[in-house]
Structures are given as structure tokens and as C-alpha cells.
Write a protein that binds this ligand. Structure first.
Ligand code: KG4
Ligand code: ZN
Length: 431
């Protein structure tokens, strides 16, 4: 092993081909993401076969770019980390096969990382990175005669997070809406695996999926979250009252010998979870559809979709500004109300759960954590409660490989390596 503390992370679970080099779980040396948005946009969603094909096409150049930007070669790496689930089977397989081949050829360990754990570590990585920068500048201020040096007081082997632990993590993306209580392996240390307890989850659609489906039915582009985020600022958030009904866990439980009734119930049991921390986003999607039908907006949604397709056919990728010109006041109000309701539901349940489980901080991560209203409202609520809250930067909110390499570091130190028989697990759960 090189002893460099450098881990190459590879992420191909959905529609981004990503590779990154992270030093000791605390310093991003490079992070390259090849987005497939343009490939999937005409279909209004990710097409699994196309995703696998694009990963195959992109993985080698993306990995090479990550090494080049980090200024290192394969021989400098200590380990290769790869997402082994959850995600699309064929897409995961590309990353896993490639990571295995690289690790085997170099004779270095392979580390399997759960995608959800990766999202949590996106926040932890940046938190450590900030601490490291602060500690660097602290050194410089007190030792002005020495020029620019890295702080010697900072020991990356024992890098601590500044976020108080345990943290309640809301992982909210296109595939997931989960609440986990996350704690480091030993107080103040990064050795060994982090511990996670499942506190809440969605029973049906993920929040990001609701953003994407609502955007699609309104004739907007893919992925829908960023479009809705931008357009919501032009509408009135109280124009359409959306309610999240109380969730009755019973309806989702698996009775003896009975088939599970919901998507959520199939992937992991919800019986032991407090129903106040369960989410359901399929209802609001239907409510938006009903509103569109009842208020005669269907034709204008279709017209908007066609107008945006025309821009694409003319050789320019349309964005939310094009859509804004195509939306009337009623549609903008609907968009603002939808976003306000979803963010409100995420906020209420997250902070109620944080209080119930005695979390010392809150972190929000995953694609939907990029949402501006979500950031503003979570920050305000946290300040009111005196609870620290953290988000990843926008670049690390959506899928990337830096978070995978960072999550692998404690496992590397604990020598938790994957075997050469590592397989893709599309339904892999964190706990
Ligand atoms: O984490 P991610 O890149 O992939 C998954 O693991 O799913 O998340 C993608 C999801 C999509 O559903 C996208 O619409 C949503 O994150 N998203 C947003 C925003 N940016 C991305 N949702 C709301 N507001 C945004 N600004
Ligand atoms: Zn993700």
C-alpha cells in the first residue's frame, strides 16, 4: 500500500458517472462528475439501459480526470471505494466491475460503500475540510514568519467533526427520503464504522421523485427539482392549500402471509418506526394532478412541454427561464405551494424526530438538499431551536464520488474490505 491516505471513490448508482480522490476522508483532492441529464432529459426520467451504457462510455475518462486533477497516479492510491447499492442494478455493476478490476490489478483493497452513507459523509467531509482550513489559517495567523504551511496541530488520522454528535441525518434525494441517527464509532474518533439507526422513511415516493413527477406533469424539464426550485420564487406559496394526511402505519404493514401493500413496505420494515417520522409523497403528486385537471391546466402543461422540446430540437438546452415565460400566475402559484408543502413536511418531521431522539445536530443531504427554500427554512428553524444544522455545498448535494471515498476512510482504517465477489445490491439498506 502507498500509505498516502488517498482513496479513489467511484459512483455509478444512478445517472451520474463520478470519480474522486479524497485524502484521509477529510480533503477532496479531486471530484469529477459526468452528468447524463442530456441523455435522459428527452424521456423525462432515467432510462436504466441508457444509464448503464453511458457509465460504460464515461467511466475511464472520468477516472483518469480524477487522478489527473488530484495530481496522482494509480500507484499512489491506498484503496478503491465503490458504491454497491442502493441504485440501478446495471448502473451499479459498471462501477463495481471497474473498481474491482482496478483494485485487483494494483493489489490494493476494495471498499464497498452504501450510497446513503455516502450522502451523509458528503456533509461530514466538508465539515472536516472547513475545520482543516480554519486550523490552517489559525496557524498562519500565529506564525506569520513561517509563510504558508499546513497546520501541524491538525491530525487527519484523528480528524473530528465540528458538528455535535449524534446527528439526525435527513437523506432526501430522487430515490430516498430517510431519517437516520448517525454517530461516530468512538467519541471524537473516526476509526471503525459509523453507527446508524433508522428513525423514519418514506412509505412510497421519495421527495425528489415527487419534485420530478410534478415537474413532468406540469410540462417542465428533467430533473424537476431545480426547475421547481427556481420557478417557486415567482409564485405565492399559500395559494393552493396542500395537506399531508396523518400516516397510518397499519395500512403499510405486512400481515402474516399477506403481500406487502406499498413500495416502502417491501424494502424494509416500518412496524417499529414511530409513524410521526414516516413520509408519504405520492398523495401530493396526485393532488397536483387533480388541481391541474379541475382547473383546466392540462392543455397549457402540454403546450409548455412541446415548446421546451422545440427549443431542445433547435439545438439549445432549455432551462427554467424558458419555462417561466411559459407559466401563468396560477401555475407559478401551484409550483410555489407544492414546494412549500413538501419542505414544510420534511422540516416538521425532521425536527420533531431530532427532538424525540435527542440529536445534537441536524444534517440534510441528497439532491433535494440543494433546494433553496429548504435551506432557508431549515436554517431558520434550527436557529430558533438552538440546534446546529449542516448541508453539503451544492456540488456535493447531488451524486458524486467524493462522498463515497470519504465514507470509505473509516472502513479503510478498520480494515473492512470487500471481497472480490462483491455484487451490486439495488435494494441495499443502511440499517
Ligand atoms: O442525490 P441525487 O443526485 O440522486 C439520487 O440519489 O436520487 O438526487 C437527485 C434528486 C432529483 O429528484 C432532483 O429533482 C432533486 O434531487 N433535486 C432537487 C434540487 N436539485 C436536485 N430537488 C429540489 N430542489 C432542488 N434544487
Ligand atoms: Zn444520491
Amino acid at each position: 500500500m502507498a500509505g498516502s491516505g488517498l482513496i479513489l471513490g467511484i459512483e455509478t448508482s444512478c445517472d451520474e458517472t463520478a470519480a474522486a480522490v479524497v485524502e484521509r476522508g477529510a480533503w477532496t483532492r479531486s471530484s469529477i462528475v459526468a452528468s447524463q441529464i442530456a441523455t435522459h432529459a428527452p424521456y423525462g426520467g432515467v432510462v436504466p439501459e441508457l444509464a448503464s451504457r453511458e457509465h460504460l462510455r464515461n467511466i475511464v475518462p472520468v477516472m483518469r480526470a480524477a487522478l489527473a486533477e488530484a495530481g496522482c497516479g494509480l500507484a499512489d492510491l491506498d484503496a478503491i471505494a465503490v458504491t454497491n447499492g442502493p441504485g440501478l442494478a446495471g448502473a451499479l455493476l459498471v462501477g463495481i466491475t471497474y473498481a474491482k478490476a482496478l483494485a485487483f490489478a494494483r493489489g490494493i483493497p476494495l471498499i464497498a460503500v452504501n450510497h446513503l452513507e455516502g450522502h451523509i459523509h458528503a456533509v461530514l467531509l466538508e465539515d472536516r475540510q472547513r475545520r482543516r482550513s480554519e486550523s490552517d489559517s489559525g496557524f498562519l495567523l500565529t506564525d506569520t514568519g513561517l509563510g504558508f504551511h499546513r497546520s501541524r496541530s491538525y491530525d487527519p488520522e484523528r480528524a473530528e467533526n465540528s458538528l455535535p454528535m449524534p446527528a439526525l441525518a435527513l437523506v432526501v434525494s430522487g430515490g430516498h427520503t430517510h431519517l437516520f441517527l448517525a454517530r461516530p464509532p468512538l467519541a471524537g474518533s473516526e476509526f471503525g464504522a459509523w453507527q446508524y439507526a433508522l428513525i423514519g422513511r418514506t412509505l412510497d415516493d421519495a421527495a425528489g421523485e415527487a419534485f420530478d413527477k410534478v415537474a413532468k406533469l406540469l410540462g417542465l424539464g428533467y430533473p424537476g427539482g431545480p426547475w421547481i426550485d427556481q420557478l417557486a420564487q415567482f409564485g405565492h406559496h399559500k395559494a393552493v392549500p396542500f395537506n399531508f394526511a396523518q400516516i397510518k402505519t397499519k395500512a403499510h404493514l405486512v400481515g402474516k402471509g399477506k403481500a406487502p401493500r406499498t413500495k416502502g413496505a417491501r424494502s424494509s420494515p416500518v412496524a417499529e418506526l414511530d409513524r410521526h417520522f414516516l413520509f408519504s409523497f405520492s398523495g401530493i403528486k396526485t393532488a397536483v394532478l387533480r388541481y391541474v385537471e379541475v382547473h383546466g391546466l392540462k392543455a397549457s402543461c402540454e403546450a409548455r412541454r412541446l415548446a421546451l422540446m422545440e427549443i431542445l430540437a433547435a439545438g439549445r438546452v432549455p432551462d427554467w427561464r424558458d419555462a417561466q415565460a411559459l407559466c401563468d400566475k396560477q401555475t407559478l402559484d401551484l409550483i410555489a405551494s407544492f414546494q412549500h408543502a413538501v419542505v414544510g413536511d420534511l422540516l416538521r418531521k425532521t425536527f420533531a424526530a431530532a427532538e424525540a431522539v435527542g440529536a445534537a445536530s441536524v444534517l440534510v443531504t441528497g439532491g433535494v438538499a440543494a433546494n433553496r427554500e429548504l435551506r432557508v427554512r431549515f436554517t431558520a428553524e434550527a436557529a430558533e431551536r438552538g440546534l446546529p444544522v449542516a448541508f453539503p455545498t451544492l456540488a456535493l448535494s447531488t451524486d458524486n464520488a467524493a462522498m463515497i471515498a470519504a465514507a470509505a476512510w473509516p472502513r479503510f482504517l478498520a480494515r473492512e474490505f470487500a471481497g472480490w465477489n462483491l455484487e451490486a445490491n439495488p435494494r441495499l439498506s443502511l440499517v
